[in-house]
Design a protein around this ligand. Structure first.
Ligand code: HEC
Ligand code: HEC
Length: 440
């Protein structure tokens, strides 16, 4: 389902289409020249024309959902040795400066591969005191189902939708490329020069295995060779089946092997009910199929939910600083031309959400119940969540991007919340059934 289809009243369709064209134009280059020809046509005609422009380019630009494979499911089966090597690197605390912080310090297996690394502000501590990641740590489980970032035009939708990619803003398409970011980021692992990384690997317990898999990468004078090899090893591990266990009570339930309690069942119902939580509109599930892959609890689309500002974040001490999410992608002219995407973040999977330490891209919530209560009362009682009484973590000029059309956040101030306390508790209980066996 296209969340934006319900989000934008007809009034905004004209500008929305124009915005969409600019994005596509920015990305396609060649289409931009043709875009002015659309302007006098009806929205339907514009969409049709745009769709054919997309179709002719799908090929190299990965635009249609159907043409983009999920990251891990089509990859050749990796050997156990390759997976073990990737795992050893992921857990190696010697790769940071100073030593002591591995990928697993933030992507903590005791927390279903997410975590704050000892910080209480909602974002993880890096390898040095007073250095913090910019956003809340997502879990690195179930990444094999994420597709490459692309734009996606739903039938009848007034707006183009952004879809998938890694990170909260979908800005990276391959884990191989991604790994150097936390590894070298001074606020995260602060790993130093690629030469230091190579020396650490060469002196590590898995050096021989690394040489076997990646031949000369350790001695290659090109510093990118070692980062690429390390990225490939970690990718193999993160996309391996062990990182998508599907062993939760919910999975057993859809396989017909487990019952839900009365409260959990009530929570599932409210989670799906379009007049209650309506959560499954974005956090997708299919409880009528025993195939867990139909229940990833995300549609990988982006939305502006308007999480309250997290005043504990160092960057937020500057009142003019805002994390704009999808606008922060560097590859297109999003910031200047496609204001529609500012404030949007990728819908996270809710698998293992109950063992997370903080919630939302900015880690503003530390209790799962608060997140669910926020959804229920954001619009009816905004002063409960926002000091200023209204969306406070998005610049005023982008405030209209916040989704106020889609259930459950389509209520009026002072109205009846979509969920009462009992239903909120039930949804929280249901979310507890999504914890995989090894993290309970
Ligand atoms: C200091 C904490 C920290 C460390 C250490 C860390 N990460 Fe992360 N990781 C994060 C944060 C925060 C994000 C989200 C960043 C964003 O969205 O901008 C993230 C995102 C990711 C993602 C994307 C997940 C998704 O759902 O899109 C992957 C993959 C990942 N990290 C892998 C790694 C690997 C591999 C290492 C080790 C080389 C590592 N991380 C080390 C904090 C950390
Ligand atoms: C219109 C799409 C949409 C709907 C409907 C929706 N969500 Fe979300 N959800 C999101 C997005 C997008 C985020 C990330 C927002 C952010 O970080 O700013 C999110 C984040 C969350 C998180 C935090 C997860 C984490 O890893 O930090 C929880 C929990 C959650 N949603 C539960 C729910 C529940 C429960 C409902 C129903 C009451 C619901 N959502 C309805 C899109 C949606």
């Amino acid at each position: 389902m296209a969340m934006t289809s319900l989000k934008t009243p007809m009034l905004r369709v004209g500008t929305a289409i124009a915005g969409g064209l600019v994005i596509l134009g920015a990305i396609f280059g060649g289409v931009r020249a043709a875009s002015s020809a659309f302007s006098t046509k009806t929205p339907a005609a514009k969409r049709a024309e745009l769709a054919s422009a997309q179709a002719s380019r799908n090929h190299d630009l990965n635009l249609a959902a159907a043409s983009v494979g999920a990251m891990g499911t089509s990859a050749p089966q990796a050997s156990d040795a390759q997976v073990s090597l990737g795992r050893a690197i992921f857990f190696d605390p010697r790769l940071s400066v100073p030593e002591g912080t591995s990928c697993a310090s933030c992507h903590d297996p005791r927390r279903a591969f997410a975590g704050n690394h000892g910080s209480t502000s909602g974002v993880a501590l890096g390898s040095r005191p007073n250095h913090f990641a910019k956003r809340n740590t997502p879990s690195v489980l179930y990444l094999r189902f994420i597709h490459k970032f692309h734009l996606h035009w739903e039938e009848d939708a007034p707006l183009v939708n952004a879809y998938a990619g890694f990170f909260w803003d979908g800005r990276v398409d391959s884990i191989v490329d991604l790994v150097k970011q936390p590894l070298l980021n001074p606020d995260e692992m602060n790993g130093g020069e690629p030469r230091r990384v190579a020396a650490t690997i060469a002196s590590g317990p898995y050096a021989a295995d690394f040489r076997k898999e990646f031949g000369g990468a350790l001695d290659d004078p090109d510093p990118n060779a070692i980062l690429k090899a390390l990225g490939e090893a970690v990718t193999t591990y993160l996309l391996s089946p062990e990182m998508a266990p599907f062993s939760s009570r919910y999975d057993e339930y859809i396989r017909g092997k487990e019952q839900l309690t009365t409260t959990e069942a009530m929570g599932l119902k409210a989670f799906k009910d379009p007049a209650k939580g309506a959560c499954s509109g974005c956090h997708k599930l299919n409880d009528r199929s025993p195939d867990s892959k139909g229940s990833l609890f995300t549609d990988y689309e982006f939305d502006a939910v308007a999480a309250p500002r997290n005043r504990a974040l160092p960057a937020n001490h500057d009142p003019n600083y805002f994390d704009l999410g999808l606008c922060e992608r560097a590859d297109a002219d999003y910031k200047a031309k496609t204001a529609e995407f500012c404030g949007q973040f990728r819908t996270p999977s809710l698998r293992n959400v109950a063992v997370r330490q903080s919630f939302m891209h900015n880690g503003v919530f530390s209790k799962l119940r608060d997140v669910v209560a926020f959804y229920a009362t954001r619009d009816t009682n905004p002063e409960r969540w926002y000091k200023s009484g209204t969306f406070d973590d998005i610049p005023t000029k982008y405030r209209d991007n916040v989704n106020v059309e889609k259930a459950p956040y389509n209520k009026r101030r002072g109205g009846t919340p979509a969920l009462d306390d009992e239903e909120i508790d039930a949804i929280v209980a249901f979310l507890g059934t999504l914890t995989d066996a090894q993290f309970r």
